[in-house]
Design a protein around this ligand. Structure first.
Ligand SMILES: Cc1cc2nc3c(=O)[nH]c(=O)nc-3n(C[C@H](O)[C@H](O)[C@H](O)COP(=O)(O)O)c2cc1C
Length: 192
């Protein structure tokens, strides 16, 4: 089966971020499913300003846009801030969405971990709305909501709840399958 490529990012800058841990579990599961995912860090992405954009995309933004453009799929792990996506994530998405929208036609899997007992239900709902606007096909499930995240991980980064680990594996298998089925395939070289 041909390997397909994804980019993966978490909407957190925290060194010990639960969402970065979750993202890495998803990246490992994606690899097992034949989807090579490259992790991107949003730390260097500046705040969006139309004045800056007029002069040109900053290097960190250009790098992010290129990585998204070249990938067939996206894996996004989002924390939840005030029932929505954190500014860090929305800001990065806003830069990448500027014309030509680098998200156009991508296939995405989303997941999230938060301190509260709903485990990013509201943030993921908000993220889906944004991604629909950008013509991203977001997989409907299985939905991965890691609640009470401070107590959800083992010291080695694995999840204590085996059902959540299984949901991640299934989500990544579906992402690999859907991406292979829907992403534009490279054209074979013309004969003769
Ligand atoms: C401004 C702010 C708002 C927050 N709002 C919520 C919330 O609505 N629901 C929730 O479960 N946790 C909320 N939290 C706690 C987050 O769950 C937690 O900080 C975050 O998920 C950590 O993710 P990370 O470890 O990936 O950085 C909030 C935290 C901050 C800083």
């Amino acid at each position: 089966m041909p390997v397909v490529h994804a980019v993966a990012f978490a909407g957190s800058l925290r060194k010990e971020s639960w969402n970065k841990k979750l993202l890495r579990l998803a990246i490992d599961a994606a690899r097992e499913a034949g989807l090579e995912a490259r992790e991107l860090d949003l730390a260097e992405v500046p705040l969006y300003s139309a004045d800056v954009e007029t002069v040109g995309f900053p290097d960190a933004v250009e790098g992010l846009r290129r990585a998204v453009r070249e990938a067939a799929a996206l894996i996004i792990a989002t924390p939840e801030y005030n029932n929505s996506v954190p500014g860090v994530l929305k800001n990065a998405i806003d830069w990448v969405s500027r014309p030509p929208n680098a998200f156009d036609g991508k296939i995405a899997a989303i997941l999230g971990a938060s301190a509260g007992s709903f485990g990013t239900v509201s943030a993921q709902h908000a993220l889906r709305q944004v991604l629909v606007t950008l013509n991203v096909l977001t997989l409907p499930g299985p939905r991965v909501f890691v609640a009470g995240a401070a107590h959800a991980f083992e010291p080695d980064g694995s999840l204590k709840d085996p059902r959540a680990a299984e949901q991640i594996r299934t989500l990544m298998q579906r992402l690999a399958h859907t991406t292979r089925a829907l992403a534009p395939q490279p054209r074979p070289a013309p004969l003769g």
